[in-house]
Design a protein around this ligand. Structure first.
Ligand code: URA
Length: 444
């Protein structure tokens, strides 16, 4: 069957069988399927969806487009290999940079294969790429060695692990085909299964900053991924999260690295970020068999955060993959600053009632911090910091955020967009719901 026949079938709402999906994915990796055909296929899937059987076949074909790690020769307890992922949200990807070292400090081994930024959400590997010398695409043996030595490693797409995802990802990023349960399931689960963990914790966000607009959509995605995990023999916990606002205070590659270091070293910890980091880590600690329940696990994680072990792990993780050994001591020394760094104030004083986090993510893309075409490099220096939170009182002294831009014109455009994305009210709004809304656990 030619790629166009398969695209036509999906376009017309028919189901594809496992062999057809495997052949298409194989064609993507060997280069016989063009970028245009990938775009048409992803749009057909976006519009018509996929059955559970198709989603499983897609995830496994994408996993098998590269190597699946074999940990048997590495002297670590296999039951302690647990990974995490986020389904995407504005400000949400830095949670991986916080959880991986913290879980490692608790005794978990975390082989984390993450991604680039996707549409209006950032990417862990774009953040780490802002650190000079960091190699986010090492060969699999080096990745495994880094995990064994430091307890965790975060890498991005490589030609060895789930290479089909990298190719599809780049096209989805710029073709408005990101927000699809089937495509997110395939993308996330192919990467997660390629590093062969025994357990998985995935946060699935909903709200204006996430790919899933509603909690029901997030639940559908969570069920879809947990079904694929169980089918592959992997225990999973899906945490449904509220991402209706920017998570944390920074959005952008280098500025989120600074927020990461500030958090790990205790210089500044946003309350919702702290809650999410401890919740995810606690689930990983339980899945690794290092605590009986999440309450006990949360105490362990809290202690490892407070005593500096997580910051120490992060420093070792960065240097194990080529970054500077003293990055955690002086991150600003290593990260490129933007030329213009200036606060933007609201037109009127009042309380932050709501924000359109997707628009805020798109503002970062427009500043150059995201991609407009698959081959685009991103600007690591631009971003938004000191972002207000829902309920904050804004006035002449308290800005909406600080914009880091390349030039004045881009600062002005970003300022107009940020002002339009934040709704100000005369009275304080109702408090946000807790960051973790619900939990779905499935054992194989
Ligand atoms: N994260 C991924 O790795 N892939 C997606 O499609 C969305 C979030």
């Amino acid at each position: 069957m030619q790629p166009q026949d398969l695209i036509r079938k999906k376009r017309d709402g028919q189901a594809l069988d496992g062999a057809e999906i495997a052949a298409f994915v194989h064609g993507i990796v060997e280069g016989s399927v063009s970028q245009g055909q990938i775009g048409a296929f992803t749009m057909a899937v976006y519009l018509n969806g996929m059955s559970a059987a198709e989603r499983i076949a897609l995830s496994l074909a994408m996993r098998d487009s590269g190597r699946v790690l074999d940990w048997s020769s590495i002297p670590i307890e296999p039951g302690r290999i647990i990974d995490k992922h986020s389904s995407g949200g504005v400000g949400d990807e830095k949670i991986t940079l916080l959880v991986v070292p913290l879980a490692a400090a608790c005794g978990v081994y975390v082989p984390n294969l993450s991604g680039w930024g996707l549409d209006y959400c950032g990417g862990e590997i774009d953040m780490l790429d802002s650190v000079p010398g960091y190699n986010g695409a090492p060969p699999p043996d080096k990745f495994m060695q880094a995990v064994a030595e430091t307890g965790g490693a975060i890498i991005g797409p490589t030609p060895d692990l789930a290479p089909a995802d990298a190719k599809i990802f780049k096209v989805r990023d710029v073709t408005a085909t990101v927000e699809s349960v089937a495509l997110i399931t395939g993308s996330i689960m192919s990467k997660k299964l390629a590093s062969a963990p025994r357990g998985l914790v995935i946060t699935v966000g909903s709200g204006s900053g996430a790919y899933m607009a509603t909690v029901d959509d997030a639940r559908e995605l969570a069920e879809s991924m947990s079904e694929v995990a169980a089918g592959a023999g992997v225990a999973s916990v899906m945490l449904l999260t509220d991402l209706d606002a920017v998570l944390g205070t920074a959005v952008g590659a280098a500025v989120e690295m600074i927020e990461t270091v500030d958090f790990l070293t205790g210089r500044y910890r946003d309350a919702r970020v702290t809650d999410l980091v401890l919740s995810v880590t606690a689930e990983m600690v339980v899945l690794a068999g290092l605590a009986d329940d999440v309450t006990a696990a949360r105490h362990i994680a809290d202690a490892r955060l407070a005593d500096g072990s997580a910051a120490d792990r992060f420093a070792r993780m960065v240097s194990a993959l080529g970054g500077p050994a003293d990055f955690v001591d002086r991150p600003a020394h290593y990260l490129e600053p933007a030329a213009i760094v200036r606060p933007v104030f609201a037109d009127e004083a009042g309380y932050v009632a709501r924000m359109n986090a997707k628009e805020i993510g798109l503002t970062l893309v427009a500043l150059g911090g995201g991609r407009k075409r698959p081959e685009d490099p991103i600007d690591h220096a631009v971003g938004l910091t000191d972002f207000c939170q829902i309920g904050d009182a804004l006035n002449d002294d308290k800005p909406i955020c600080v914009i880091h831009a390349r030039n004045e014109a881009e600062w002005e455009r970003a300022a107009a967009r940020v002002r339009a994305s934040v709704e100000i009210a005369a009275a304080p709004p109702a408090p946000l719901p807790p960051i973790v809304i619900d939990r779905i656990e499935r054992r194989p």
